[in-house]
Ligand binder design. Structure first.
Ligand code: SF4
Ligand code: SF4
Length: 286
């Protein structure tokens, strides 16, 4: 007899390769239309994770095979202890800073290269953009966001970083169009990257709460190779940070390595068939 009880797909994490750290859940100088974060009404509210919580998490995961630590937010570079946290994480492994780029200028890029040079590991950047045209990009993001991102990319490349443009595909463009047009943007702005790094992820549309999860096409999703640390505990992924449906435990001493795919965010992930938050690269062949 076929059971009529619906059971969601369970994902068991294979290895903790990616540690996402939510530096703040609410602090960002932008208010993008496509952002899935619920911002507070009170603009000056702060909620930064403490450096001690991060230090403890790094100690608790010392036997895990963490390959990259992602400093995320909202906007991670608003954290007052950002530099100290970056240095601490770099002692452990490579670090990826997921940012809108607005805090990166020449002086900051030079400083970050100095920090990287003091370490054996590398710093990568994921700079968020939504469109290769300024007007369309800023219509989704924030006035000036496009120029901030280009400015940040130019200075990071100048100091020998290899930044990734992270495109949440709000306009539902083809991968090929995004890749080709961004190459043109790089050329036009003298951003000299031999192979431009573009990472495209589907945009999560809150108004479409349901859909099919394509479990037969599952690859390495963020929840199968990583976990998210927030000031309130451990969660499956950045989409479900501070959401009870993604809760895995209060710390990394004893946390769940399993999670159920049961949210609309999981539907969005399943459309991607590659990690949405961890580093992966899109090329014109895909
Ligand atoms: S920059 Fe990022 S965190 Fe800030 S509002 Fe935009 S999408 Fe959200
Ligand atoms: S939203 Fe994505 S990464 Fe998070 S639990 Fe669902 S499928 Fe996994």
């Amino acid at each position: 007899m076929v059971s009529s009880i619906y059971q969601s797909k369970i994902v068991k994490m294979s290895e903790l390769n990616n540690l996402f750290i939510e530096m703040t859940a609410k602090c960002c100088n932008y208010r993008c239309k496509h952002c899935y974060i619920d911002f507070p009404m009170y603009k000056k509210e702060t909620d930064f994770i403490s450096i001690d919580v991060i230090k403890q998490a790094l100690e608790d995961t010392i036997d895990e095979n963490i390959q990259c630590i992602y400093l995320t937010g909202a906007e991670p570079m608003t954290h007052p202890d950002f530099n100290a946290i970056l240095r601490m994480c770099l002692k452990r492994c490579n670090v990826c800073i997921c940012t809108n780029g607005s805090f990166i200028n020449e002086k900051k890029a030079r400083f970050l290269k100095k920090v990287e040079n003091e370490s054996e590991n590398i710093i990568t950047f994921k700079i968020g953009m939504n469109h290769y045209e300024e007007i369309k990009n800023d219509d989704v993001r924030y006035r000036g966001a496009y120029r901030h991102a280009i400015f940040a990319l130019k200075h990071l490349v100048k100091y020998d970083f290899y930044p990734i443009v992270s495109v949440a595909n709000y306009y539902k463009l083809s991968d090929k169009e995004i890749y080709d047009e961004f190459q043109g943007v790089f050329r036009h702005n003298d951003i000299e990257l031999s192979i431009p790094n573009i990472q495209i992820s589907p945009w999560h549309d809150r108004s479409q709460d349901s859909g099919e999860i394509f479990i037969d096409k599952m690859g390495d999703w963020d929840c199968s190779i990583g976990r998210m640390l927030t000031k309130s505990g451990v969660y499956t992924c950045p989409f479900l940070s501070n959401d009870y449906r993604g809760r895995c435990g209060s710390n990394f001493v004893d946390y769940s390595k399993k999670c159920a795919l049961e949210t609309s965010f999981c539907v969005t992930c399943s459309k991607s068939q590659r990690p949405v938050f961890a580093i992966n690269y899109t090329n014109s062949e895909q």
